[in-house]
Structures are given as C-alpha cells and as structure tokens.
Design a protein around this ligand. Structure first.
Ligand SMILES: C[S@@+](CC[C@H](N)C(=O)[O-])C[C@H]1O[C@@H](n2cnc3c(N)ncnc32)[C@H](O)[C@@H]1O
Length: 116
C-alpha cells in the first residue's frame, strides 16, 4: 500500500507514546504452542501465499489465541490466495476499499479481517 505521509507521521509519533511493536521470529504453525502475548494488530505481508491451502484456511483460527477482541489482521496475498475460515472474525476489507484501490502494484490482494 502506498504510504500516506499523514499516517506515517501519526504512527511515528505513537511509537513514542506507549505503542509497542514487536517482531517474532517464529512460524505461523508454532503460534498456538508458543505462549506469547495478545495483540491488537497483525500484518502478514505476502506471507500466507506461501502456506498450503489448509494452512491458509486455518489462518485466523491459529491466530485467534494471540488476538484481543477487535484486533485487526491485514493480509497481503500474492498469486496463491486462500480463504480463511471466518469463525469469530469478520472480513472488513470493503470498509477500506478506497485505500486498497490506491495500491499501485495491483498484483496483490489485500484482505482485512477483524476479530469480533
Ligand atoms: C515474499 S516474503 C515476504 C516478506 C515481507 N513480509 C514482505 O512483504 O516483503 C515471504 C515471507 O513469508 C515467510 N513465511 C513463509 N512461511 C511462513 C510460516 N509458516 N510462518 C511464518 N512466516 C512464513 C517467509 O519467512 C518470508 O519472510
């Protein structure tokens, strides 16, 4: 997605204001067996396309235990676009369609899911 300067400046400011960004070096398959914190936002940029269709189907189920309610998961798919089961989640991509349409490459599909 094209970086929006206004958003970038707002996010940069928030990083000094108690927002904690953490990078985890683990496989999505390990998430359930790894006791880790809960998150409000997960970005998977061009990652689920590398999973099997079954793993893509279970993507949100596997992330569920590490998400707070209302958490947002944003996925950027490449050619292999799966369909995660939405149990306990809603797809909210259309709410952000204008921004998604601004993505310049137009090779990727961007889907946004929200935990209920
Ligand atoms: C094409 S790269 C995308 C890198 C970066 N996120 C981006 O958008 O430029 C694909 C990434 O998927 C990650 N990946 C593949 N299978 C994964 C899995 N099961 N769990 C976590 N990450 C995985 C790889 O480690 C790799 O970093």
């Amino acid at each position: 997605m094209r970086p929006v300067k206004k958003c970038f400046i707002k996010l940069k400011k928030k990083l000094n204001d108690g927002v904690f960004v953490e990078y985890k070096n683990l496989s999505l398959k390990e998430i359930n067996s790894t006791a880790i914190d809960k998150y409000d936002f997960v970005s998977l940029s061009n990652v689920p396309s590398y999973l099997s269709l079954e793993e893509q189907r279970d993507l949100l189920k596997n992330l569920d235990s590490i998400l707070n309610s209302g958490a947002v998961v944003i996925v950027r798919y490449y050619l292999n676009v799966g369909a995660p089961l939405l149990d306990g989640f809603s797809e909210v991509s259309t709410l952000h369609q204008k921004l998604i349409d601004e993505e310049k490459v137009q090779m990727y599909q961007i889907k946004i899911y929200k935990k209920n």
